[in-house]
Ligand binder design. Structure first.
Ligand code: PNS
Length: 165
């Protein structure tokens, strides 16, 4: 049986931190579905779901067992329908824990057929998030340390337009 994991997130935009988690997940499972999902608490996105999917596709093109999808509904429903056995999430600083723990428990309540698996971030990605990247870019800072090189130009250009609008 193929062991499928779903790696959900807002990915607005995908960062080197996300890519590290996706890469490591791709070594643990037969197939990883990176799922561009909706976080109800994040109301204002910079990139459309389709753009976020394209950016993730660009940075995962060399991984044969990684696919990318967009889903607007409940994560637990997607995971069940995909036949996945795990939800993979990256865990950063202590502040992530309570929120992630709550989501893991809720997802298990909704669908007990998949385990939430937390991969701890590397030390260099400990404080990296899409929001931090957007803030740095908004103030004209250098985001090249945080964004995979092949998508850097597109993201910088877009975040600059956002800043000027
Ligand atoms: O990258 P994020 O914003 O931390 O990811 C959070 C996300 C999108 C994975 C989470 O909000 C989610 O699972 N959304 C899908 C809707 C859902 O199932 N919500 C209930 C989770 S308990």
């Amino acid at each position: 049986m193929e062991r499928i994991a779903v790696c959900p997130g807002s990915f607005d935009p995908v960062t080197k931190g996300h890519l590290d988690i996706i890469t490591r997940a791709s070594k643990l499972f037969d197939r990883v579905i990176v799922l561009v999902s909706k976080n109800m608490m994040k109301t204002r996105a910079c990139f459309s779901p389709q753009e976020r999917k394209s950016l993730i596709l660009s940075v995962t093109k060399d991984f044969p067992n990684v696919t990318v999808d967009i889903f607007d509904g409940l994560l637990a429903d997607y995971v069940r329908d995909a036949g996945a056995i795990a939800i993979v999430k990256g865990l950063r600083a202590v502040s992530d824990f309570e929120y992630e723990f709550q989501m893991a428990l809720a997802n298990r309540e909704l669908y007990a057929g998949a385990e939430t698996v937390f991969l701890t971030t590397t030390a260099e990605n400990m404080y990296l998030s899409s929001s931090v990247v957007k803030q740095i870019a908004a103030f004209g800072g250098d985001i090249s340390h945080f964004i995979p090189p092949e998508i850097l130009d597109f993201i910088e250009k877009r975040l600059l337009e956002e800043r000027l609008s």
